[in-house]
Ligand binder design. Structure first.
Ligand SMILES: [Zn+2]
Length: 472
């Protein structure tokens, strides 16, 4: 693909630009030596055998002071108790993502970007995949003037052009996740498959040639959530995942039986079918040790895959941004927030308070209820420290900020918030933008990334955002 051309493959319907303040350059250095990850299994800590983490490129000159999981967790707890004072000034950040339909108005996008940059220069701009080369060039020109980094948005385990060549996700009943009618707007492919990783990596490196990008922003880096019911969360049982389970000493048959037990408990309307006991900030404690092992293993698998990808990008000099759920939900989608955060320069937890669509908090919490019962949702929220969506979000933000402060490498947390309006699904106007920012600020968030489309964000919402940010 030559610079200046529209990528032939770039027919993905998304365009995203994210803008963040503070033009600081932050890197995660490499570990002095690679350390194995640890997995909690049946309540005992075991070394996760072949599941090793490469946190960054081995030849990076700066050593990473990566502590063990326990040390990091301890640091996190410490920070939770004594939050630093005077850190409640939220930096202004925006995430902007639109549709590349035939009549996408690129000039309008560039005008909007300039308007944002004029008022709140960003730390980074995240571009979607399908812009003409000239648009990337103009974004880069403007960004360079402001000291703003430019990232390329990349969907890792879904939404790639040729999904048919990817290894599928298989649920606990042996069903192909996509074959079960779960295609719709969110496709998922198994993150443990080396083939999937490599195809994605190769594809993304080609796409990165479209401009002089400073970093990659990785999205769709998870297993399906409760959005798809139990079929989404109770997997994967593909040959690659089975091998991974064996490596870490988890018996796939026991894991399958645990899935069947969960389904049975749900069928009997048990009050706490998931067996939620406690949440330690990034990992749930479940009553059923085999179910625990499955969710832990999903996190270990995803972490390994992402560590591989991040290490490949770092080798080539790219910074890393990660799109995640917030910790209490992310763990069920295979994202151990604390661990994944260590791979990134910044993370964007999706804190959509008003969106009744995938990744929106009301939607995802409803999905927990629909998959596992009303009491599950109540219990999950209660154990996380929030009875309402706003309280839940605030508790999650406090947790994430504490984790970032306790992290051994610098990483920023920017709350994804919506500022697009879709009737019934995301009824967002200036008032809701103000409310989101109020919740985030009160919880001590460092910043926000308004999502998901700069191109299609209503004018009044863009203005409301800028005005709210003036107050930060
Ligand atoms: Zn799999």
């Amino acid at each position: 693909m030559q610079k200046g051309q529209v990528d032939e493959k770039g027919k993905l319907p998304h365009y995203m630009v994210a803008v963040m303040k503070k033009p600081e350059d932050r890197h995660i250095a490499a570990p002095a030596e690679q350390k194995p990850s640890f997995l909690w299994y049946n309540g005992l800590q075991k070394e996760a055998g072949g599941v090793r983490i490469q946190r960054a490129i081995p030849d990076n000159p700066e050593p990473l002071q990566t502590g063990s999981r326990q040390r990091r967790t301890a640091a996190f707890r410490l920070q939770t108790v004594s939050q630093k004072k005077g850190e409640n000034t939220m930096d202004a950040i925006y995430q902007l993502w639109g549709l590349t339909e035939k009549n996408t108005d690129w000039e309008h996008l560039l005008l909007q970007l300039n308007r944002l940059q004029d008022r709140h220069p960003a730390r980074a701009v995240v571009c979607g995949l399908s812009a003409p080369g000239e648009v990337y060039t103009r974004i880069l020109d403007r960004a360079r003037k402001d000291g703003t980094a430019v990232y390329l948005w990349l969907p890792a385990f879904s939404e790639l052009d040729d999904l048919s060549s990817f290894d599928p996700l298989i649920d606990w009943q042996g069903k192909d996740f996509l074959a079960e009618g779960n295609v719709r707007e969110f496709h998922f492919r198994c993150p443990s498959s080396i083939h999937n990783r490599e195809v994605f990596l190769e594809d993304s490196l080609l796409r990165l040639q479209a401009g002089e990008f400073d970093g990659v922003f990785l999205d769709r880096i998870r297993f399906p959530s409760f959005q798809f019911g139990l079929s989404g969360v109770l997997g994967c049982f593909c040959p690659h995942c089975l091998k991974q389970y064996e490596k870490i000493g988890a018996d796939p048959e026991r894991l399958r039986k645990a899935c069947a037990r969960l389904q049975e408990r749900i069928g009997k309307n048990e009050e706490n079918p998931l067996g939620l006991q406690a949440f330690d900030g990034h990992r749930w404690q479940l009553e059923d040790p085999d179910l625990q092992a499955l969710f832990d293993a999903r996190c270990a698998i995803l972490e390994e895959s992402l560590a591989f990808l991040c290490s490949e990008y770092r080798k080539r000099g790219y910074k890393i941004g990660l799109d995640l759920f917030s910790p209490a939900l992310s763990w069920f989608a295979g994202q151990d927030f604390l661990h994944l955060m260590a791979l990134a320069d910044f993370v964007k937890p999706m804190m959509y308070l008003h969106t009744d669509a995938p990744a929106g908090l009301p939607y995802e919490l409803d999905a927990v209820e629909q998959s596992t019962g009303r009491e599950s949702r109540k219990r999950l929220m209660h154990l996380c420290g929030g009875e309402t969506v706003d309280e839940f979000a605030a508790a999650e933000i406090r947790r994430m900020m504490a984790m970032a402060r306790g992290a051994s490498s610098e990483v920023s947390v920017f709350c994804g918030m919506e500022y697009n309006r879709v009737r019934n699904l995301a009824p967002v106007g200036p008032e809701k933008i103000a409310r989101s920012l109020q919740v985030f600020r009160a919880a001590g968030a460092a910043g926000v990334m308004p999502a998901w489309s700069l191109i299609s964000a209503p004018e009044e919402n863009v203005e409301a955002l800028l005005e709210e940010m003036d107050r930060c």
